[in-house]
Design a protein around this ligand. Structure first.
Ligand code: GRF
Length: 216
């Protein structure tokens, strides 16, 4: 069967992108990475993608007069690569309403908290200041409001007494790298269905949409 064509948008390091590229090398993985686009010219992730033989390009928001014209340029590039699902992976640019509306139901993001807690930036710092004992990451469908779309799956990790933003972030990131490839697989298999209560993942074992890790 034809594999689902995925386009990944990045702005930096690209470790989630790398996890998706790695997952997609498995012969039985139902998705392939059709292209990677960065809005930042020197994003380290671009080199990782190119090394893996993936079309990787820069579309700078600085070359566009407003958010929507930038978003339209992104969208055209994704379409020209036949992309069917867009995955935001550390993409640090706020999109105009136009983009999530254009890609409604076909646009995923990963966020380093258990949403709806701690939206926006400095997420690990917010979790530490709140004193929560558990945090994690969330993959959700993207809607025009920031970090507000229906939740597909989450991974939970402990917050330890001596954590810093860096140690907590690293613990969460390890789970992001498990969670995102799993959700993209489900999307490609047509299991992710929007319902009146949000999103349901069809025909997966009970509890599959929540990962736990007790690793320090
Ligand atoms: C991750 O923490 C992700 O949750 C957030 O941005 C970070 C991206 O990291 N949206 P990377 O570029 O994938 O390494």
């Amino acid at each position: 069967m034809a594999k689902l064509k995925v386009g990944i948008l990045i702005s930096g390091r690209g470790s989630n992108m790398a996890a998706l590229i790695k997952a997609a090398t498995a012969p039985d993985y139902p998705a392939e990475i059709a292209c990677v686009i960065s809005n930042v010219a020197d994003a380290p992730g671009l080199g990782i993608a190119r090394q893996a033989g993936i079309a990787a390009m820069v579309i700078s928001h600085k070359d566009h007069p407003d958010r929507e014209s930038f978003d339209r340029a992104l969208s055209s590039a994704l379409e020209s690569h036949g992309v069917e699902l867009v995955v935001l992976a550390g993409f640090m640019r706020i999109l105009s309403r136009w983009f999530p509306e254009r890609w409604a139901g076909r646009l995923l993001n990963i966020h380093p908290s258990l949403l709806p807690a701690f939206r926006g930036r400095h997420v690990e710092r917010q979790a530490l200041s709140a004193g929560v004992r558990v945090s994690g990451c969330t993959v959700h469908l993207v809607v025009p409001d920031l970090d507000a779309g229906p939740i597909v799956a989450q991974a939970a990790v402990p917050v330890l007494p001596n954590d810093t933003e860096e140690t907590l972030s690293a613990r969460i990131l390890r789970q992001e790298h498990r969670l995102y490839p799993m959700v993209v697989r489900w999307f490609a298999e047509g299991r992710i269905v929007e319902t009146s209560r949000g999103v349901e993942v069809k025909d997966v074992p009970a509890g599959a949409t929540l990962l736990f890790s007790a690793e320090p």
